[in-house]
Design a protein around this ligand. Structure first.
Ligand SMILES: Cc1cc2nc3c(=O)[nH]c(=O)nc-3n(C[C@H](O)[C@H](O)[C@H](O)COP(=O)(O)OP(=O)(O)OC[C@H]3O[C@@H](n4cnc5c(N)ncnc54)[C@H](O)[C@@H]3O)c2cc1C
Length: 420
């Protein structure tokens, strides 16, 4: 048995960033990766989808994805060639001794095995026309008619991009509104804008069956309707990738919710950590990366101030949407005192100059001169604007401090200081 300081299972953004950071801190790291390095994010998630978003046509998207993904993958391989890192290109399996994976043993182990798409239990789900996000990204031809089941982040991003490429897109969603984590007012405006551009949404509709490319669903009045499609994307969420060998280690986990972890992402077995999608906390690439860094800090006894309660997220539709902190609806439900401040892109000089006048900012703050609590935005470059507010929230700043910060004119960021 070979000894090392840290074993990491999985080289997605959680695993490879943790390996890079640990190696720079002087730890000897062994990384197991059973597929391509880069994980879901680089190979079939964030990067391919954003390459699609920034391509003019389906064929250009395919070509650019074939260049961008290998280029970034070789960057990750470069990171993992650090002298303190040994990359083992095989599946990491725990043996009965809980601190042993493959031929290696270590006092600390990080599980970063990611997630898989979650199918829905309806008859016909195995039809060859049904794909998940990975299947959709591997299509060689643009579907004429695309039906998307689920109006979460993945469903909405694909709806937006495939509509722009020329597919006839129909979305079927069980809930009343798309993107449940987003402020409902903003989510509704975004959906209405996408509807105006030609995407059909069937909200409060439950899919009952799929047969020969026809998706049958029950509408909110209890009537059965159907949509015919050449390709059906199931985008109903993802489930943590838990493995059968985890049982021999003895930590708590749940097939649906993932591996149970504490505030340091340590499982119920000391020295074994679970980061990223597999712990089911915040299924985002940047969350996985920061969790990995925090775990390494915890292992080496270094304090950090990473605020996992302040987690920005973006939806790369057209127009874009993004948020950080609680939505107005949630604050109301909780009975939290707050003030809501709004502004609109149509009053912003740069937005007008860009022809990007569809958009809205909602900032929630503590009452009076209190701190900023959240930002929910839709409109061009919403993610970049939310990133700015994230910095202010992290520093505990007030709206007045945001307003007193000089913003370059003319920029979209002025829309933040234009809130009423
Ligand atoms: C279509 C799509 C679009 C997305 N877009 C965004 C976005 O824009 N922004 C964002 O923040 N997030 C996005 N996500 C989510 C993001 O991809 C994930 O949150 C992120 O990849 C999680 O990182 P991870 O390291 O936990 O797991 P993963 O990236 O899934 O990596 C896990 C790795 O572990 C490996 N592995 C699994 N089991 C073993 C084993 N036993 N031994 C060895 N290796 C193993 C896998 O092969 C994989 O490489 C998107 C996801 C999808 C599907």
């Amino acid at each position: 048995m070979k000894e090392t300081d840290l074993i990491i299972i999985g080289a997605g953004p959680g695993g490879y960033r943790a390996a890079e950071y640990a190696a720079k801190q002087g730890l000897k790291v062994v990384v197991f990766e059973g597929a391509e390095v880069g994980g879901t994010c680089l190979n079939v998630g964030c990067i391919p989808t954003k390459t699609y978003v920034h391509s003019a046509s389906f064929s250009e998207a395919r070509e650019r994805m074939a260049q961008v993904v290998p280029q970034l993958r070789s960057g990750v391989e470069g990171i993992l060639s650090h002298p303190n890192i040994t990359l083992i290109r095989e599946k990491g399996i725990f043996s009965a001794a809980h601190n042993t994976v493959g031929d290696y043993t270590a006092p600390n182990i990080i599980i970063a095995t990611g997630s898989d798409s979650k199918p829905i239990p309806v008859p016909g789900i195995d039809s060859p026309k049904v794909v998940d996000s990975t299947g959709l990204l591997s299509l060689d031809t643009l579907p004429k008619r695309l039906c998307i089941i689920g109006a979460g982040v993945i469903g909405m991003e694909f709806a937006s991009v495939f509509h722009r490429f020329g597919s006839e897109v129909t979305v079927i969603e069980f809930l009343k509104e798309c993107l449940p984590a987003l402020d409902s007012d903003i989510a509704k405006r975004l959906r209405k804008q996408m509807e105006k551009e030609g995407i059909t949404f069937n909200m409060q509709c439950g899919v009952k069956q799929i047969a020969d490319g026809e998706v049958f669903f029950e509408n909110k009045k209890g009537q059965t309707e159907s949509v015919e499609a050449d390709v059906i994307l199931v985008a109903t969420g993802r489930k943590p990738r838990v493995q059968s060998d985890f049982a021999c280690v003895g930590f708590d986990y749940d097939e649906r919710k993932g591996i149970a972890v504490n505030e340091h992402f340590e499982t119920t077995v000391s020295g074994i950590y679970a980061i990223g999608d597999v712990n089911g906390r915040q299924m985002l690439a940047h969350a996985a990366e920061m969790q990995g860094i925090h775990v390494v800090n915890h292992i080496i006894g270094k304090e950090d101030n990473i605020r996992f309660d302040i987690m920005p997220a973006a939806i790369f539709t057209s127009p874009e949407a993004a948020c950080v902190g609680p939505a107005e609806d949630w604050l109301k439900e909780q009975g939290t005192p707050f003030e809501c401040h709004k502004s609109f892109y149509r009053a912003n000089g740069k937005a007008l100059a860009m022809g990007e006048t569809e958009g809205m900012v909602k900032l929630c703050t503590e009452p009076g001169e209190g701190r900023i609590l959240s930002a929910h935005i839709f409109g061009a470059h919403a993610a970049d604007l939310v990133q700015e507010v994230t910095a202010f929230i992290t520093l505990g700043a007030t709206l007045r401090q945001l307003r007193e910060t000089v913003h370059i004119h003319p920029t979209l960021s002025e829309v933040l200081i234009e809130v009423n």
